[in-house]
Design a protein around this ligand. Structure first.
Ligand SMILES: *Cc1c(COP(=O)(O)O)cnc(C)c1O
Length: 377
């Protein structure tokens, strides 16, 4: 079957248009390639979008998470409660400052940290919680924020997959002491590599501007360093791409909504697959399109069969507590977080972008349906 098809559908694809090229040209013509006006425009735009006072751009989401942890004074001996169902950066950023991530299991529905498990994981050294919005869907951020407030914990919101999503009338990125966005090419908007921390706290904002700029003071004296800093700055070429992407956000969102509707029409109503879902009070701009397969389906065989017809797919996520480094450094093992492990064994990210043509969605859906049918004979 499909023997004429030698096409290969991308798993993810950025949408770069005339506006991105135009603004990058402006940067090149200006000779200001770093520490310039595009980063500031981009910061103002993202901060406004998240309903925050300050945006601190940086050169990756990971750098943003690290700066938030460092600027909040989380360090040696501190514990931070976070989720094992995430991308590795949300836990690594805690280890960078010699603090310890304390994982708690997730809820089956939102795939975010389960608020009911947080208090049991907390202890006298708990300094912060770091929840993650998974795939663009809000985690139970409101009860988590309330818990942080009542215990005096700091709250770092990993919104690296959540740009533009909302719960009720609150935007993701508007909760807690600091929230972090990321702009890798598969995110809702991209700068190539890039990230941003948003906050309402002027002192935190100022500390992070210093951290990303080699520990320089706000007065910018070039060879004076008041703290241990990094080079986490976002360059102007990347920032210009970000400004253009932000201008085009509605168009990109509409593209993703079209693709989600096409997948729902092509794959919906089958008892062996659960499509991405959100609750009535949520508005989700999906970061990836992750389907959940019935336990009876051999996912790895399905992935191989899809790959053979040019459809890439990826298990999403691979639990953090089972990563070799985490097992070795923190002693976690299989069985520690059963919901995370069960979900991780059944999830599959399939091709997804704002520019995926309807006919490719159809092709992917047919390939999945055919491959699953072959498993059940
Ligand atoms: C993308 C992402 C990050 C940051 O990734 P970078 O590649 O460093 O920009 C952090 N946390 C989560 C959950 C992510 O998906």
């Amino acid at each position: 079957m499909h023997d004429t098809a030698i096409r290969r559908i991308p798993l993810a694809q950025p949408s770069i248009g005339a506006r991105e090229r135009e603004l990058v040209e402006q940067v090149l013509a200006s000779d200001v390639l770093a520490l310039g006006p595009f980063a500031q425009t981009f910061e103002a735009g993202v901060a406004e979008m998240a309903g925050r006072r300050f945006g601190i751009s940086c050169n990756s989401g990971t750098a943003g998470l690290h700066m938030a942890v460092a600027a909040l004074g989380i360090g040696d001996g501190d514990e931070v409660i976070t989720t094992p169902f995430s991308f590795v950066a949300s836990a690594n950023c805690i280890l960078y400052e010699r603090a310890t991530p304390r994982f708690v299991d997730i809820e089956e529905d939102s795939l975010g940290m389960d608020p009911n498990l947080v208090e049991d994981a907390a202890g006298p050294r708990t300094k912060a919680i770091l929840p993650v919005h998974v795939f663009g869907r809000p985690c139970r951020i409101e009860p988590l924020a309330a818990m942080a407030g009542s215990h005096g914990w700091r709250l770092i919101e990993d919104a690296c997959e959540g740009l533009g999503s909302r719960t009720g009338d609150r935007k993701l990125g508007s909760f807690g002491d600091a929230s972090v966005f990321a702009f890798y090419p598969n995110k809702q908007i991209t700068t190539g590599e890039g990230g941003m921390v948003v906050t309402d706290d002027p002192v935190l904002a100022s500390t992070m501007r210093s951290l990303r700029n080699q520990g320089r003071d706000e007065d910018g004296t070039w060879l004076r360093h008041v703290r241990l800093g990094y080079n986490y700055r976002l360059d102007e070429l990347s920032a210009a791409v970000g400004v253009a992407q932000l201008e085009r956000l509605e168009e990109l969102r509409a593209g993703r909504a079209r693709v989600a509707a096409a997948y729902a029409a092509a794959l919906g109503g089958r008892d062996w697959v659960r499509l991405p879902q959100s609750s009535a009070e949520e508005t989700v701009d999906w970061f990836v399109y992750v389907i959940r397969l019935d336990a009876s389906i051999d996912r790895d065989r399905l992935m191989r069969d899809l790959d053979a017809v040019g459809v890439p797919s990826r298990p999403y996520f691979s639990p953090l507590h089972l990563q070799p480094y985490y097992q070795e450094a923190l002693g976690y093992r299989m069985g520690d977080f059963p919901v995370t492990e069960r979900v991780a064994a059944s999830t599959l990210a399939i091709p997804w972008s704002a520019v995926l043509p309807d006919e490719d969605v159809q092709y992917v859906a047919t390939a999945i349906i055919d491959a699953v049918a072959r498993q059940s004979v």
